[in-house]
Write a protein that binds this ligand. Structure first.
Ligand code: 9Z3
Length: 301
């Protein structure tokens, strides 16, 4: 199935239009400013309409949420499309420890523990500044179909040289068409479910050639076998003809990525000493991409 028939046969979710309206308002209020569309987290593929079980894709959301913070720091406006309950910019720093940072003063007030000020203040300040200046819009998805529709809707609104598309989400290659899904939870006394997965059509050709041909487009390639990573990146670049593929291996993704473009291959490595200072590989990736995007914008003048 190609992407056109996928959208023809899978109607958009009921929440789709209002969300795209929000994105449109955000884009309109940042005309001629640099905007990045960051996708983050893994898609789910439900096996029943009343979903109890689903097939998931691996991604915690660190790559996307950390990158979103650094893009804001570089002056970008950020549309952050993330898997519900995966990591979000700023909040990610406190995911497991937020309540520990506060204390009850009396039965009418609570306050932040003074000892937490130095860690909480800089993060809260950046978050508040981004929200008050309307520079961060977060929208969420859960299923593959929701993700596919939101990518289409957003990309169609992001077709200028000032837009960067940064596809860090882990998107399932397989799915079950809703027409073939059971209505209710599969019962164990029906025996083991026989699930026929279909291939998800690639939407990158539509992104690069139809929806956002003027944007600066970066896709990610995730592999587990180091032997095939570079070949896969090169073949994606040749096939989709976009600007950059970032290759990473599941086991080393936090300290090594490969940037594959028409100009060649760049290796970005975060040393142990660097990571001990709190530096994250996403900072190195984003500052590198900012320079590439600036050169791209200049080349289009
Ligand atoms: C990535 O490769 C991301 O870097 C990770 C980040 C998912 C590895 P985490 O969220 O991990 O920080 O835990 N994303 C793209 C994965 C993907 O599905 N790529 C497709 C493919 O490899 C192409 S778009 O075929």
């Amino acid at each position: 199935m190609d992407w056109e028939s996928f959208y023809d046969t899978h109607p958009s979710p009921s929440t789709h239009e209002p969300t795209i309206c929000e994105v449109e308002n955000f884009v309109c209020s940042h005309e001629n400013e640099k905007i990045v569309f960051v996708t983050s987290g893994g898609t789910t593929v439900p096996i029943e309409h009343n979903t109890v079980r689903f097939v998931d894709n691996f991604s915690v959301g660190t790559r996307g949420s950390a990158s979103a913070e650094y893009f804001l720091q570089c002056g970008y406006c950020v549309i952050f499309l993330y898997r519900s309950n995966s990591l979000e910019p700023f909040v990610r720093h406190f995911n497991n420890s937020l309540l520990d940072k506060f204390e009850i003063v009396d039965n009418k007030s609570i306050q932040m523990k003074q000892s937490e000020f130095d860690t909480l203040y800089p993060v809260l300040k950046k978050f508040k500044d981004a929200k008050e200046a309307n520079r961060l819009l977060s929208i969420s998805f859960t299923t593959l179909i929701e993700y596919m529709w939101l990518v289409r809707g957003c990309c169609m609104l992001l077709d200028t040289k000032y837009c960067m598309l940064y596809f860090a989400a882990a998107v399932s290659d397989f799915y079950i068409p809703p027409s073939e899904m059971k209505e209710h939870k599969h019962q164990s006394n029906d025996g083991p479910p026989l699930i026929a997965l279909r291939l998800v059509p690639k939407v990158l050709p539509a992104v690069t050639h139809i929806w956002s041909p003027n944007a600066y487009i970066i896709s990610f390639k995730l592999e587990t076998d180091a032997e095939i990573l570079l070949e896969k990146c090169k073949s994606a670049l040749a096939k989709y003809k976009h600007q950059l593929v970032i290759g990473n291996l599941l086991s080393t993704r936090k300290h090594n990525v490969k940037l594959v473009s028409r100009d060649g291959i760049e290796d970005i490595t975060l040393s142990t000493a660097d990571s001990e200072t709190g530096l994250e590989i996403e900072y190195l990736i984003v500052t590198n991409l900012e320079a590439k995007h600036d050169a791209y914008i200049k080349s289009k003048q």
